[in-house]
Design a protein around this ligand. Sequence first.
Ligand SMILES: C[S@@+](CC[C@H](N)C(=O)[O-])C[C@H]1O[C@@H](n2cnc3c(N)ncnc32)[C@H](O)[C@@H]1O
Length: 245
Amino acid sequence: MTHAENAVVDYFPLTEECHHYTRRSDVDWDIQKYWAQRYSIFSLYDEGIHMTDDAWFGVTPEPVANKVAEDLAALTSKSKTVLIDMFAGAGGNVIAFALSKRWSTIIAIEKDPSVIACAQHNANIYGVYEQITWIKDDSFSYLESNSSTIDPSKTVIFASPPWGGPGYTTDKIFNLNTMSPYSIKQIQNACKGMDSALYLPRTSDLRQIAKLAPGEEKIEVVQYCMEGASKALVAYIPAVVAATS
Ligand SMILES: C[S@@+](CC[C@H](N)C(=O)[O-])C[C@H]1O[C@@H](n2cnc3c(N)ncnc32)[C@H](O)[C@@H]1O
């Protein structure tokens, strides 16, 4: 399939992988602990929120997503009006960005058709489906093939990549170079020239994050907690602007 065929879509129908579980007995054992927290994840869960089974592991809980949206708005220059969410998942973050009303354009990219269907459906429940441009594609390919039309001076990238890889759950300090399938360098490379906010494991190696700072600029790192425990950190990184001669 070409990128043109893959690009802007109207609506992805829910698939048999998309579920709205109402009974614990319907939920696989490994996602039961997430399902038990469903109202902390989506306060409107009972309105018919849908998830794929995998999406439960990566979704950003609503209070955290709302705070990230507030902080991104506060930390970003008013000249930035376009937000691209590289890994939209089931919509946890992108719904909060749309509800913040800070952005004139929000582009949500997700490569899995069942997951983007859940995200669209969930955004509709929160009344923000129409405010988001939905792209079912590989976000790296999308950024590459649209580089001539994306204006870095107006655009901010939000990335909540999968955190897989050795050590994420067990190591005291998580080596971001082993994050899988995309390393921190690969993600930063895709964001080049644009401000970015990276949603990363709370134990991420801060020395590796510090190295992403362009020149003398500073990176803000914020830990996001719920009920006294950090869920994740977000690194707010200014754009690396190529020097002109
Ligand atoms: C951690 S989840 C994102 C969760 C999301 N922030 C939320 O709150 O629902 C990562 C998502 O990225 C998607 N993904 C992984 N690689 C991708 C790629 N190259 N392009 C687009 N989406 C990708 C996965 O299918 C998964 O849904």
